[in-house]
Design a binder for this molecule. Structure first.
Ligand code: ME8
Length: 655
């Protein structure tokens, strides 16, 4: 791998507002770029808009707006959205810019001068929606467009052609010699068999529209939009400018694209570049698509998840992290708001957020916010080292889901380590001071390693946590691959604990989203998976409300707890004082009237259900912070504790 890295996104058609699919592709590229920069590579990130073609001309006409004004407005919207979501692109290219047009024309000239372009007549089917030529007999029914599914139109017009048919062997040889050129492999195989099937010359100009880049020396023709659009990857770097701009050094780069535009990028584009005598892209990385209601989210279907709605209800980190953690690279994913809330709560609020606040709180409480001098626990250290190495390797290949998974496993190991060692108990025993130091230093090392490694996937929260750790600079400036995880700075003073990822109230958010989408008249973008959470409350059977609503039930915060200690209380023969781990920074004290039926020692380690948001209550001079659930059996009401047949993590909510 070289020290330079150039990443591009597709340039988006400006025929409608951006939706989650566009944000996803751009966020993914942004994450890759952040990661590459973090690894110390000099990087360049290009995104932008694809503004020509009949499809856009027609969209403008339908709105009754002059086409230039129309594209200016929508290109502005894309840019605004990306800026708001802190996408750190270096350049936002627009294909209507003069510099781009001049570059596209130069690419054309180079192909023409190499004898690869000739004039003829195109007679065949054309899909305006997909900007694609489609095979099929004239007298048959219009064939379906490959991506949009709409009907193709018959066209007969004078056109320039690119001698694509001459490139079959060269392309196949290239795929063979560069096995990593198209990833994942399944996409590579798809393209290899397509090219093996033979290539026809490609029509690359139109005379029936004026909305495009003019063909050099023939003003009656505009370029086929894909010739124009694909060239953006090199025109953005000023490939034809003289003197050669410094940024041209970034070519060749890595193209991130959706699987919908695979053929254009892995057959046409390499052929154009070969024709013009330019180096081919380093890699074409093909991501999967977000589906909604079983179909690809698309501008045309209007079933795209609304970015504004995401913005109103979720932290940007949560959306980015969900997209990365949920969708295996190259695979399709089903977007649901419910899963987004769950991910955010499980991995951000209860995960890294809780581990960081737990660690910092303990350091503040037991060591006056100063890191003690001790060695990181060797077993935890090795788990962390392994996880970070895996994550770095996976992130290099855009496999964020797998990398994140490795980090989640390490995080669970650290959580378990803390719960098992019981630092709150150690703190009461001066003889265990050194052991407590080890726990604190281990937790601190874990938080630092996780924050650094997760930084590209959680750009805002990671930096906030970095500041809480009171480190200089930024987490994103530390290369996770070079971090000495076990090297903890003894004597370092941590900063203030700032809560970064608050727990989301799922029922409330789902309710609000449902109301908003219904009010917009938008399609219920929320797929069935989360329907349970927003199901209407049952109607009361009688006037006196025999039922509670789902909202009533949601008010009760039921959580999985684990009993860490149980003690009898002097003078209260029915009560036991329990210390319960609810996955919080400290265990809770809960009093339970079960002493006549349970021996305290038999309870230690048991998983139970706790009503976690019951108002604290004082009994026998002690405060109970919650109530444990038990069945009350027989006339005597013998308590039988509610528990779980399977293993469940502490702190998880019951619903
Ligand atoms: O194809 N899920 O533009 P486009 C995930 N202008 N990603 C999605 C998505 C979804 N449901 N929908 C769109 C074009 N995308 C051409 C590209 S490049 C020289 C020219 C993302 O506005 C995905 O990356 O239709 C897809 O490839 C791209 O947007 C297509 O955007």
């Amino acid at each position: 791998m070289t020290d330079r890295f150039y990443i591009t996104t597709p340039i988006y058609y400006v025929n409608a507002e951006p939706h989650l699919g566009h944000l996803y592709a751009t966020m993914l590229a942004d994450t890759v770029r952040r990661f590459q920069t973090q690894r110390g590579r000099e990087s360049y990130f290009l995104t932008g808009t694809d503004e020509h073609s009949q499809k856009i001309e027609r969209a403008a006409e339908a709105k009754g707006v002059p086409v230039q004004l129309f594209v200016d407005g929508l290109a502005g919207r894309f840019r605004e959205v990306f800026d708001h979501w802190k996408i750190g692109y270096d350049q936002f290219i627009r294909t209507t810019s003069d510099a781009h047009k001049a570059g596209a024309q130069e690419l054309w000239r180079r192909c023409r001068d190499a004898g690869l372009i000739y004039k003829s007549v195109y007679a065949g089917w054309y899909c305006v929606q997909d900007n694609a030529f489609i095979d099929g007999p004239k007298d048959g029914p219009p064939p379906e467009c490959p991506d949009s599914g709409g009907p193709a139109e018959w066209v007969e017009e004078e056109s320039y052609f690119f001698r694509l048919s001459e490139f079959q062997d060269r392309l196949l040889a290239y795929y063979r010699e560069h096995p990593g050129f198209i990833q994942p492999d399944s996409r590579r195989n798809e393209i290899v068999s397509f090219v093996e099937g033979g290539l026809q010359d490609l029509s690359i100009s139109r005379v029936t529209t004026k909305w495009g880049v003019q063909v050099p020396d023939d003003p009656a023709h505009v370029m086929y939009v894909w010739f124009d659009a694909l060239s953006n990857y090199v025109t953005a770097l000023g490939f034809s400018e003289s003197p050669e701009p410094e940024r041209w050094k970034f070519w060749p780069g890595v193209h991130l694209i959706g699987k919908d535009i695979l053929r254009f990028h892995t057959v046409y584009w390499p052929a154009f570049l070969m024709g013009a005598g330019l180096p081919l892209p380093e890699r074409v990385m093909v991501h999967g698509l977000w589906m909604s209601g079983g179909r690809k989210m698309s501008k045309r279907l209007g079933n795209g998840v609304d970015i504004g709605l995401l913005d109103r209800h979720f932290q940007h980190d949560a959306v980015r992290y969900y997209c990365l953690a949920e969708m295996g690279f190259g695979q399709d994913g089903d977007f649901t708001y419910g899963a987004l809330v769950d991910r955010s709560n499980a991995d951000l609020a209860n995960g890294i957020g809780n581990l960081a606040s737990r660690t910092l709180t303990m350091l503040a409480k037991y060591r006056e916010s100063v890191i003690p001098d001790a060695a990181v626990d060797p077993a935890v250290l090795s788990a962390l080292e392994q996880a970070v190495t895996t994550a770095v390797a996976e992130f290099e290949n855009f496999e964020f889901r797998r990398g994140i998974e490795a980090l989640r496993v390490a995080m669970a190991t650290v959580d378990r380590f803390i719960s098992d060692r019981k630092p709150w108990a150690m703190a009461k025993d001066p003889a265990l001071e050194r052991e407590l130091d080890v726990v604190l230093v281990t937790a601190f090392a874990a938080v630092r390693a996780l924050v650094v490694t997760l930084a590209p996937t959680l750009p805002e929260g990671a930096e906030a946590l970095w500041r809480s750790l009171n480190f200089e600079g930024t987490a994103s400036a530390v290369d996770p691959g070079a971090l000495a995880i076990g090297d903890v700075p003894a004597g370092h003073r941590i900063g203030d604990i700032v809560p970064v990822y608050p727990r989301l109230n799922k029922e409330q958010i789902m309710d609000e989203i449902t109301k908003e989408t219904a009010a917009d008249g938008a399609a219920p973008v929320e797929p069935a998976a989360s329907a349970a959470a927003v199901a209407p409350a049952p109607t009361p059977a009688t006037e006196d409300d025999a039922f509670i609503t789902i909202d009533d039930f949601a008010k009760v915060d039921l959580r999985v707890g684990q009993i860490l200690a149980a003690d009898r209380i002097e003078g209260a023969d029915k009560l036991l004082k329990l210390s319960v781990d609810l996955g919080e920074t400290e265990p809770r004290q809960v009093l339970a009237g079960i002493a006549l039926h349970y021996a305290p020692e038999a309870l230690v380690g048991r998983k139970i259900v706790v009503v976690a948001n019951l108002k604290p209550r004082k009994m026998r001079g002690l405060v109970s912070h919650g109530m444990i659930l038990a069945a009350s059996v027989g006339d005597d009401g013998v308590p039988v504790l509610a528990t779980f047949a399977e293993d469940v993590p502490n702190g998880i909510r019951l619903k």
